[in-house]
Write a protein that binds this ligand. Structure first.
Ligand SMILES: Cc1cc2nc3c(=O)[nH]c(=O)nc-3n(C[C@H](O)[C@H](O)[C@H](O)COP(=O)(O)OP(=O)(O)OC[C@H]3O[C@@H](n4cnc5c(N)ncnc54)[C@H](O)[C@@H]3O)c2cc1C
Length: 483
């Protein structure tokens, strides 16, 4: 049974969003600055505006009390001590890609781990600082002919990704990022630095693998399994929109059944150029193996390219263009896990809802194949319980938040676009509800989910709540969907 807010934190208050109250004197802030090896930026500091920015422009108005760039576990412990003493709730930040903006918050002390980004290659593993971004991890490991199982976006933080699951090109071959976590160092609310692994703090280690995003402590280092991958193949396919129903019908029966070494995702999209349907596919084998599998998808393709290249080049291809600070996107997302192939009426509903997306919103539904190694783990071996699904459906809406010159404050028209995006996300989520399992991806935090504990953690929620009481009894780590 789920309960609202199982236990309350006495020292720190938050509202229903991430706004916080709490106060520290100027001398207390100075003392914090002097006591840590890293840097603390308050609103009057030159670099504060940039330091307080998240990846998603939607959160550009958020004003944390300070951003602490920590450089060690001891710095983290000191920040947590300060946060507790002054009633200023911490927010833990790595890559800053949280879809709900919960790695920051008005009035919070952002504990940013990005300066802890060392990457050390070991036999069969990589020791990775919690602040490393995925792109840097891939680049360093590629020099050693190895890689990790991770996502496609290079600026995503390796810790944010891994602690909530982490799917990508290799997750059908080697499991999710969290399945490849061998050990983690974490600073818990009481300032204790704990090493977690199968034999040390096994309960906390279990919780971190799927439910570690901000609820249990600040992870400072991860040891992840590496895999030798030299070459890989990839494909990029498209069809006329009129074939969208055939393509989705064929893909959903095909992709989850591919051999482990292959992976695929499908996208229905509507943007300024109109609606489109496309499929990307990946394989650890050679060109011919992947090409042979692709033959099972409908013909009439307008784009069909298969290539084999060094694996790091494939990673870069999937990464696409990386937005700079000036063209950061503004978007929102929702997700569903789908356990059975969609019937014709569900496919029709998905296509119609994408087709009818509002003109000022870029809207998409992506289906990401599950199966393979990630589905073979027993559901409760980690806190990532969604092991029986065929695919993950992600609905994304993005819009331009700024005026025509691309600068300044959002205009009323932009507010309309944001509202239209929200409405569309509600429409696609409702349209797919009858056909989805009710579970949702915890790395796609969705503030609108009424029963988020069950949606993200299923029957693991009760054990997670018990562990929360053990490791964070005062709810120092608290945000709207923290355990
Ligand atoms: C453009 C984009 C592409 C994406 N692609 C993929 C993908 O291919 N595969 C996939 O699985 N997911 C993907 N995601 C989702 C992504 O994995 C999650 O949003 C992830 O939580 C982001 O981590 P972060 O460190 O960048 O973000 P942050 O905002 O820094 O953190 C996200 C959450 O994790 C917590 N957290 C961060 N670091 C720590 C830490 N060291 N210790 C404890 N808690 C921490 C934060 O408090 C926050 O709640 C994508 C997201 C975006 C925006």
């Amino acid at each position: 049974m789920t309960r609202d807010r199982p236990h309350r934190r006495p020292h720190i208050t938050t509202t229903s969003d991430t706004t916080a109250s709490g106060a520290a004197s100027a001398s207390a802030w100075r003392a914090l600055e002097h006591s840590i090896g890293g840097e603390v930026l308050r609103p009057d500091a030159a670099g504060y505006a940039e330091a307080s920015r998240l990846f998603n422009r939607r959160f550009d108005d958020v004003r944390p009390a300070a951003v602490a760039f920590v450089t060690s576990a001891a710095d983290v412990a000191e920040c947590l001590r300060f946060a507790r003493a002054h009633g200023i709730p911490p927010a833990v930040r790595s890559g800053g890609h949280s879809y709900a903006g919960w790695s920051s918050g008005n009035g919070r002390l952002v504990v940013d781990v990005r300066r802890m980004d060392d990457i050390t290659v070991q036999p069969g593993a990589a020791l990775v600082g919690a602040g490393a971004c995925l792109g840097d991890v891939y680049a360093v490991l590629a020099e050693h002919g190895v890689t990790i199982s991770g996502g496609t976006c290079p600026s995503v933080g390796v810790s944010g990704l891994t602690l909530g699951g982490g799917h990508g090109l290799l997750s059908r071959a080697y499991g999710l990022s969290c399945d490849n976590l061998l050990e983690a160092t974490v600073v818990t609310a009481d300032g204790t630095v704990r090493t977690c692994g199968p034999d040390q703090e096994p309960d906390l280690f279990w919780a971190l693998r799927g439910a570690g995003n901000g609820s249990f402590g600040v992870v400072t280092e991860l040891r992840l399994s590496t895999h030798a991958v030299h070459e890989s193949s990839s494909a990029d396919l498209a069809w006329p929109w009129s074939r969208a129903a055939d393509v989705l019908a064929a893909w959903q029966d095909w992709a989850p059944e591919l051999p482990d070494e292959m992976w695929s995702a499908l996208r229905l999209q509507k943007d300024a150029s109109g609606p489109s349907v496309s499929v990307v596919a990946f394989g650890l084998g050679g060109h011919d193996d992947l090409a042979a599998r692709l033959a099972a998808l409908p013909d009439g393709r307008t784009r069909h390219g298969v290539r084999t290249e060094p694996h790091f080049d494939t990673i870069r291809r999937f990464a696409g263009d990386i937005p700079g600070p000036a063209d950061r996107p503004c978007y929102d997302v929702r997700s569903d896990f789908v356990a059975a192939s969609l019937p014709a009426e569900a496919i029709g509903a998905a296509i119609t809802t994408v087709e009818n997306a509002p003109a000022d919103v870029d809207a998409s539904m992506a289906a990401v194949a599950m199966g393979g190694a990630m589905n073979r783990r027993p559901a409760h071996e980690t806190a990532f319980v969604h092991r029986h699904h065929r695919f993950l459906a992600q609905y994304e809406a993005s819009w331009d938040p700024f005026d025509d010159a691309g600068v300044g404050r959002p205009t009323p028209a932009d507010a309309d676009a944001a509202a239209a995006a929200e409405e569309w996300l509600g429409a696609i989520h409702s349209a797919m509800r009858p056909y989805a399992s009710g579970e949702a991806y915890q790395n796609d935090f969705d503030p609108r989910l009424p029963d988020w504990r069950r949606a993200y953690y299923g029957s693991a929620a009760d054990r997670l709540e018990r562990l929360k009481r053990r490791y964070d009894p005062d709810r120092v780590f608290d945000f709207p969907q923290s355990l």
